[in-house]
Ligand binder design. Structure first.
Ligand SMILES: [Ca+2]
Length: 440
């Protein structure tokens, strides 16, 4: 046993000597010999025969294996980095579940499991997955870009088509009207001398075509204020309007009237679009019709107001145009003249000119934190919000609370504080239009 211990010490000494040799060869590398701590593998064998008769024993040492990994001390560090990467990938995996679902749906295997078994090291797997995610995100963003371009293209085509169709229809109608006018004129010429009794009958179709608004009825001698049928644009069907044939020479097409509160003006976009109420009492003619009327001729606007003390004032504007629904019925209001004050252009901050139409269910106003239509219970060309609102609630006397009644901000005394916080109310309001070149 003592001999074996000596041999073990001997082999350790040999190993140590070799270790020192390696260190000397490569000074930068640290050497650890794990075999030193292992059980002694040295074997002592007795030999019956020995060359030259001098060695009855033979020592056989186990093969010496030294593991000398490069940058051994950094392995732990690298391992930590790999762990971090792994966590990052897992996080990305969670945050991109939508991408993953899409990938799964497309049936692409290999995208569903991010850390499946592989021959690659965890670091490489992580890198690969990051790259895969990156390329997926790139693909999605390029898809989005393509879709956007496609939408832009389609929009352009749509606008072109709209324009072409509108122009075609307009040209077609213009040609038809020109033909009809020619035929009627020639018939007129034939009849003028011989058949005066049939003159009225012959000219009827022409009259029907040219009644674009109330001023055309006035032009043929109509002088009673009542409803007439007008066709401001032959591309669209004709409709009934109420004509005021008395005020300031007559020929007015009435757009709106308030006189007793019989019609509710707290209405939807659709109601204001097509119109509502009773043409002989209270009504809103309808934004589509107002658009056609103001498009067919250059129109002026007259507003008539009366309060409960019997004061009657008016406002005249030398231009009035309402755009179509696509442009949210934006209003164009010209210069003021009259007695009621210019409430539509009240100030820099309260100006109804060039404003879009807003209803309680469609907010196109300039008030960012709410809907003026909802707050003031009506449809109107709200700014943020009002210096005038002729579609407000009808109050039969002065009222308190929100100023949601009919309102005209330049009315005498309207902005002065009233005892008890009462608000002013109006008995009658009316809006009507007439061609700029109208001659009474
Ligand atoms: Ca708003």
């Amino acid at each position: 046993m003592r001999l074996a211990a000596h041999l073990c010490w001997l082999s350790s000494a040999v190993l140590f000597a070799q270790s020192v040799l390696v260190v000397a060869d490569n000074e930068t590398e640290e050497v650890r010999d794990e075999t030193l701590q292992d059980a002694c593998h040295v074997k002592l064998e007795s030999r019956e025969k020995c060359e030259r008769g001098e060695c009855p024993f033979q020592v056989s040492l186990p093969p010496l294996t030294l593991q000398l990994p490069k940058h051994f001390s950094r392995i732990e560090e690298v391992f930590k980095e790999v762990q971090n990467l792994k966590e990052m990938v897992n996080n990305m995996k969670k945050s991109c579940q939508d991408c993953r679902l899409q990938a799964d749906d497309s049936g692409d295997p290999g995208r569903s499991g991010l850390l499946e078994p592989s021959t690659e090291t965890p670091g490489e797997v992580a890198d690969k997955k990051v790259r895969e995610l990156e390329s997926e995100v790139n693909k999605l963003s390029s898809d989005l870009k393509n879709a956007k371009e496609e939408i832009n293209g389609l929009q352009g085509r749509l606008e072109k088509l709209n324009l072409i169709n509108m122009n075609n229809v307009e040209n077609y109608v213009d040609r038809k009207v020109a033909n009809l006018t020619f035929v009627v004129n020639s018939l007129d010429g034939k009849c003028s001398s011989k058949c005066s009794s049939q003159e009225e009958i012959q000219s009827r179709p022409v009259q029907h075509l040219i009644y674009k608004d109330c001023s055309d009825y006035h032009a043929i001698g109509k002088r009673s204020s009542e409803t007439y049928r007008v066709t401001p644009d032959p591309k669209y069907s004709s409709f009934e309007v109420y004509c005021d044939m008395e005020t300031m020479g007559g020929g007015w097409t009435v757009l709106q009237a308030r006189l007793d509160g019989s019609t509710n003006f707290n209405r939807t976009w659709q109601d204001y679009k097509v119109g509502f109420g009773n043409l002989r009492r209270e009504f809103w003619l309808g934004n589509d019709k107002i658009h056609l009327l103001t498009k067919s001729k250059d129109m002026i606007l007259r507003i008539d107001l009366e309060d409960f003390s019997g004061i009657k004032l008016y406002a005249l504007y030398d231009q009035f145009y309402v755009a179509n629904e696509f442009l949210k019925y934006r209003v164009h209001i010209g210069n003021y003249n009259g007695t009621a004050g210019d409430a539509l252009h009240f100030s820099k901050h309260y100006n109804h000119d060039m404003k879009f139409f807003t209803t309680p269910d469609r907010d196109n106003d300039r008030y960012p934190s709410g809907n003026c239509g909802l707050f003031y219970s009506s449809g109107w060309w709200f700014d943020a919000c009002i210096s005038a609102n002729l579609n407000g609630k009808y109050y039969h006397q002065k009222y308190r609370g929100v100023r949601n009644g009919i309102f005209w901000g330049t009315w005498p005394g309207i902005n002065e504080a009233q005892p008890g916080g009462y608000k002013f109310s109006f008995k009658e309001a009316k809006m009507m239009i007439r061609p700029k070149n109208f001659k009474p």
